[in-house]
Design a protein around this ligand. Sequence first.
Ligand code: SAM
Length: 218
Amino acid sequence: MVINPKYFLEERIKLVESLRRKGIKDERVLTTIEKVPREIFVSDDQKEKAYIDNALPIECGQSISQPYTVAYMTELLDTFEGCKVLEIGTGSGYQCAILSVLGCEIYSIERIEFLHNKVKKIFASFNIKANLFLGDGSKGLPEFAPFDRIIVTAAAPDIPSSLISQLKIGGKIVIPVGSRNEQIMTLVIRSSSNKYEIIRKDSFRFVPLIGEEGWSNE
Ligand code: SAM
């Protein structure tokens, strides 16, 4: 990734301190958040708010997740160098960039063409490595399966069965599951070919996962 590491560095250090106070412990995740410039992923009129720990609106009625949420999900995802990760909901590209800088081989899918194209341009300008796709990610990406990890950054009514079938044994899914208004962050661990452990964590609020194995587009 090519950036001026000193730009907004003080703001990023303060953000990381606040994430530590809120309970994020994984030093790899914190160091990566300190490195990745969030301002390049927010809309032009929101740049001065890039390091406030809030979700922010992006184009097409979508949002860039709160840094705390990104840190929480990344910590729970528990990646390793070379880990093959599928992300559903590229959105602004920020979560995807964090996973790429963490050394993951990342496949990210977005259903809105405008956002997909915008992220492609940002990633090309900053030399961020990721495989970006346009389409309905609720069905996963069967042609590139299986994955070590799957992260869903939109609210799902249930855990999509397509995603479960695209996970390696020992693999993990992190997904917010619940109603359109409130979801429980859920960790799924595939312990054998037909066994899954499901661990429910804290409550969050995401935009809906729209698609065949998500919500309808109403
Ligand atoms: N990971 C994003 C980031 O770092 O900015 C947050 C994304 S935003 C909370 C959720 C995204 O999921 C939106 O851009 C939305 O268009 C996308 N989305 C919703 N349903 C989808 C689907 N079925 N397939 C792919 N993307 C979807």
